[in-house]
Design a protein around this ligand. Structure first.
Ligand SMILES: [Zn+2]
Length: 213
């Protein structure tokens, strides 16, 4: 993330609600910026705070994915080429094994039935994005970015970081020329299980760096 993008979690006490900051650059968020939303993405207690235009990404995914407890939406630069070309994003190392099931691409023009400003600014577009995501952890958004989900904030942030990393490395591997060997389905399954269990290690590092700012 840079100045754009947002992170949410499902409300720990009420699965029909989610928590996300007001419209502000992610690195600047403090406790006072956290707002509560229902699954229609209406702010429960706005108190003058403005909401992200694209909050529907979060509400509509929480609605259809009871397993999802956190959502990241980013404009991660290295994934953009994979959303606009015919080259699929595939896992080429163990850290991104979670990409093994395939990474769908959401085309907002097809979903809206014509040109838009590229933003998921209403519930219908959020629903279409959630449908494209299906049961997977990551979907790319053509000409825009990505959405990443998971069963907890830690694993979701981990997936977001390593989706960007895999995209950069895959472009580098392809630029070398010749065929690229990706993780096969069984490698992806095994590696996903092992690496997923170590997520607390980078999480502690990222958390410490974030809190020391
Ligand atoms: Zn966006």
């Amino acid at each position: 993330m840079d100045g754009y993008g947002h992170v949410s979690i499902r409300h720990p006490a009420d699965p029909q609600r989610y928590l996300m900051s007001r419209s502000i650059a992610p690195e600047l968020v403090t406790t006072a910026d956290i707002m509560e939303y229902d699954l229609d993405s209406n702010a429960v207690d706005a108190r003058g705070r403005t909401s992200y235009l694209e909050r529907f990404i979060h509400g509509e995914i929480y609605r259809v994915r009871p397993d999802v407890k956190a959502v990241v939406h980013n404009h991660s630069p290295s994934v953009i080429p994979f959303g606009v070309s015919t080259v699929p994003l595939r896992p080429l190392y163990h850290m991104s094994a979670f990409l093994g099931g395939g990474v769908p691409v959401f085309d907002i023009k097809a979903a809206a039935g014509g040109p838009t400003d590229m933003l998921v600014r209403n519930a219908a577009l959020g629903r279409a994005l959630a449908q494209t995501l299906g049961a997977r952890p990551v979907a790319l958004m053509r000409g825009h970015g990505a959405v990443v989900v998971g069963p907890a904030i830690q694993l979701t942030v981990f997936r977001s970081v390593y989706t960007e990393m895999n995209a950069r490395l895959q472009a580098q591997a392809m630029a070398l020329g010749g065929p690229v060997t990706y993780l096969d389905d069984e490698e992806a399954r095994l590696a996903g299980g092992s690496v997923g269990g170590t997520v607390v290690r980078p999480w502690e590092l990222w958390r410490k760096k974030a809190l020391s700012r």
